[in-house]
Design a protein around this ligand. Sequence first.
Ligand SMILES: Cc1cc2nc3c(=O)[nH]c(=O)nc-3n(C[C@H](O)[C@H](O)[C@H](O)COP(=O)(O)O)c2cc1C
Length: 166
Amino acid sequence: MNQTIRQLYDRKSVRVFTDEPITYDEKQMILTSALQAPTAGNMTLYSILDIQEQSLKDELAKRCDNQPFIAKAPLVLIFLVDFQKWYDIFNAYCEESPKIEEADLFLASQDCVIAAQNAVVAAQSMGIGSCYIGDIMENFEINRKLLHLPKYALPYSMVVFGKPTQ
Ligand SMILES: Cc1cc2nc3c(=O)[nH]c(=O)nc-3n(C[C@H](O)[C@H](O)[C@H](O)COP(=O)(O)O)c2cc1C
């Protein structure tokens, strides 16, 4: 079994974190690893929010089915299905607005989760644990307001990261 496969076998969700922060370099490595993920048509129909405000983490913890460990996680990333950037570019440079269809949503959501899983794998390789939070999707209508998202962006995957306790 090689090291990559060993790490896939060893991964487990982590919900209790030490007080040790995630360093700037570690965070950069997690984010840039996420960006290496393949995307449909190379369109990168997603964006990543790095939630830093404690009050926002607290609110997300409450809204996501009262899971307090979310508020304690040193790194909280939300992966958005994001058509807005393309919509804005089309509107700026083309005569017609782009049509956004259901199929695009399915493709964009795949972009999102593949990037999120790259972040999870990269984090684990540096000894950083993670846990997906599905409730961000269940309550996306209200959470998109909390995050001040424009019309064509919606929260799809949320992952919290931190150094695992023993
Ligand atoms: C899409 C998705 C949503 C999840 N949502 C939550 C969640 O809201 N809270 C939580 O504690 N774990 C959540 N999990 C973690 C799963 O419970 C966990 O992956 C599963 O029980 C298997 O355990 P393992 O990750 O340790 O292998 C989620 C996982 C996925 C993939």
